[in-house]
Design a binder for this molecule. Structure first.
Ligand code: NAD
Ligand code: DAU
Length: 342
């Protein structure tokens, strides 16, 4: 099977490429623009594999996307490429609309033109907006995105479903909760706190730290995407989650414990604008119809994630400079924090 993965040089995409290459009859082409969030080091271990190749282009480049799909017939597209960070989208949403909305439509149209059998669109639980203290997101929950990031993902999610309804294009959509694990870009909560901890820097916790996320180990997400690709039904949406709700304060406390750091590492900073209070996924449809079951347990997998960042300092130190550092200082100063002071 020939699969086109988009965004394979990012965090989740790199795990998806590695998971796909475990299937002996799969060949992977990775279409990735190598933005600030992409990293060739994320797939250095498979770069020489004859069944893998990286195609350097943006999904917003219609001609490049058309040329690639005209040259090679793909059996499936797994679409992960996106601008993915909520805080950056609050600074400016235009790149999010271009890549997430326009880029997705360009890919959907090319996939239709060149008769790709299946288009797996990787969406997010953030499209549902925010929950109060009770309830879970089901596939029937209304879409109520709150940030430019989640609104752009909701737009792309709806374009994918519209392609099924209008043209009968074989599209499957997944909506997953927060991922964690190796190779996550250190602007996101867990890798930011781990790497700041290793550097002796403080952990900026937004607001009162009571916001809740449902955490899933990234390899479990990659497995779920494979199952959705081979077992999902066209036109269907599948929620994917870890049944693992944690407040941000709880995540910080668990990490302090694993890393042997004191409570004064955590510094409360003013809240993210429009900060969603709680996400929680009902994954029963994916369990029932795809046979999805997370294999990794939070405490073990989080401790192994900390070990990975300890052992791969060269990976994140190379990132935590240049453009990243500019964003980091600008962002946390705008919240009134002093990011360099331990
Ligand atoms: P990421 O930011 O780590 O990686 C994004 C990748 O997409 C990078 O390799 C980047 O170079 C590439 N990319 C960006 N713009 C591109 C463009 N215009 N053309 C081609 N490539 C481009 O993201 P991630 O956290 O791995 O998320 C991957 C996908 O999964 C996204 O669609 C995201 O919305 C979704 N998702 C993420 C999470 C999570 O917890 N991280 C949870 C649910 C869903
Ligand atoms: O739910 C899935 C989504 O999870 C994905 O669609 C997004 O691509 C992914 O980035 C993630 O979004 P979040 O906004 O939930 O992730 P983030 O790691 O940025 O933040 C997690 C929580 O931690 C959130 O409540 C905000 C908080 N936070 C984050 C940062 C970066 C802090 O308290 N301090 C921080 O410095």
């Amino acid at each position: 099977m020939r699969i086109l993965v988009t965004g394979g040089l990012g965090f989740i995409g790199s795990h998806v490429v590695r998971r796909l290459l475990q299937e002996p009859d799969v060949e992977v082409t990775n279409l990735d623009a190598l933005t600030y969030a992409g990293n060739l080091a994320n797939l250095a271990d498979v770069a020489e594999d004859r069944r893998y190749r990286w195609h350097h282009a943006s999904i917003t480049d219609e001609e490049a996307v058309d040329r690639l799909l005209a040259q090679t017939h793909f059996d499936a597209v797994i679409h992960l490429a996106a601008e993915s960070h909520v805080d950056r989208s609050i600074e400016g949403g235009v790149p999010f609309v271009k890549t997430n909305v326009a880029g997705t439509q360009i890919l959907l149209e090319a996939a239709r033109r060149y008769q790709v059998d299946r288009f797996l669109h990787v969406s997010t639980d953030e499209v549902y907006g925010s929950l109060g203290t009770d309830g879970l997101f089901s596939e029937e929950s209304p879409l109520r995105p709150n940030s430019p990031y989640s609104a752009s993902k909701a737009g792309s999610d709806l374009l994918a479903l519209a392609a099924f309804r209008t043209y009968g294009q074989d599209v499957v959509v997944t909506r997953c909760s927060n991922n964690y694990g190796p190779f996550q870009f250190p602007e996101k909560l867990i890798p930011l706190f781990i790497t700041n901890g290793l550097e002796g820097k403080p952990w900026p916790l937004y607001g009162d730290g009571k916001n809740v996320r449902d955490w899933l180990y990234v390899e479990d997400h990659a497995e779920a995407l494979w199952l959705a690709l081979v077992r999902g039904k066209a036109g269907e949406v599948y929620n994917i989650g870890g049944k693992n709700e944690r407040s941000n304060r709880d995540v910080a406390d668990t990490l302090l414990n694993i890393m042997g750091l004191g409570a004064d590492t955590v510094v409360l900073v003013p809240d993210r604008l429009g900060h969603d209070q709680r996400y929680a996924i009902d994954p029963s449809k994916a369990e029932r119809e795809l046979g999805f079951r997370p294999k990794h347990h939070w405490d073990d997998a989080l401790a192994r994630t900390v070990d990975w960042y300890r052992q791969n300092t060269h990976w994140w130190q190379a990132i935590k400079s240049g453009e990243y550092l500019e964003f980091y200082h600008r962002h946390y100063r705008s919240l009134g924090a002093r990011p360099d002071e331990p």
